[in-house]
Write a protein that binds this ligand. Sequence first.
Ligand code: CA
Length: 379
Amino acid sequence: MENHNDRRKFIKNVGIGAAAIGTAGLAGVLNSCKGQKQEEQVKKEEPKAQVIEWKMVTTWPPHFPMLGESADKIAEWVNEMSGGRLKITVYAGGELVPALGAFDAVSEGTVEMGHSASYYWSGKCPAAQFFAAVPFGFNAQSINAWIYSGGGMELWEKLYAPFNMKPFLAGNTGVQMGGWFNKEINSMADFNGLKMRIPGLGGKILAKAGGNSVLMAGGEIYTNLERGVIDAAEWVGPFHDLKLGFHKAAKYYYYPGWHELGTAFELMVNLKAWNSLPDDLKAILNAATYKSNIWMLSEFEAKNNAALRELIDVHKVQLKEFPEPVIKELKKLSKEVLDEQAATDPAFKEVYESFLAFQKNIYGWNKMSEEPYQKLKYI
Ligand code: CA
């Protein structure tokens, strides 16, 4: 009540001050200054800006290292940058909707946002896979260049618009590992009958090579590998693989992850929700995704090597590189799988063409930049 009375008193005084101007010389000016000061005090008492509350579903276990953490951080950063005007509550996979229900939940407007990897939506929208990873695709640096500066984002937005969603890049794993094997891979013949956990396009390529791709969640890999239900499994890279203890269930750790050379993560935002945001909150949300993209890649790059050293030095893991002829043949099969999909799916074809053109373009530059860089010896 006291505040209301004060407020009325201020308003009354402002009125008196304003009336005095022009009629009472210096006294009027003084009154007008007093009036301005009082006006400022009135402004401070105005009700606080509206707080917008959004929900973000994810495909990750709660606070999952780097991936779930990056979703948590986006919410934190947006809250900080917006002075608490946009509050995002993050839900782990299964908490609000099933992990792989994130796409539909955002598309249908059940929630405003989803944090995931677009290759999970290959069944609904096969072309979405280009914005996460395709075999022999981009590394982190190149996918950023393609999406941010090479026309990729426009294609991604066009692809998601019919689903009422706006996509953002939100992270990257960097180059992944090829996986854990209980059989050596010396030639393509070794893929014959090989049972491997390798999802998505990687799995299709394995099948073309004569192997069997077996689907299972991350939590089931260890037991199946240890019991011999599968002969091999790919997961992420040293940091995450060490945590799941795969070195206790498989003999060989192969590189490189030809099927995931720089897997990108996404933030999906419901278009109606996005359009309802004021411009400054749009800019804040966009900035938070850029921050998340560089944060996640930095975490992977900084922590993978320490984990790799532990796997080699402490757990005596046998590290192996896929032989060159095997990589060459896998590349050929990858091209066949992508070409086949493009022949039946116009949206896939459109994104594939942009992807191929940009790959060719960036390769021309990388031959003079990244390739010689990789050959330089560290000081
Ligand atoms: Ca993987």
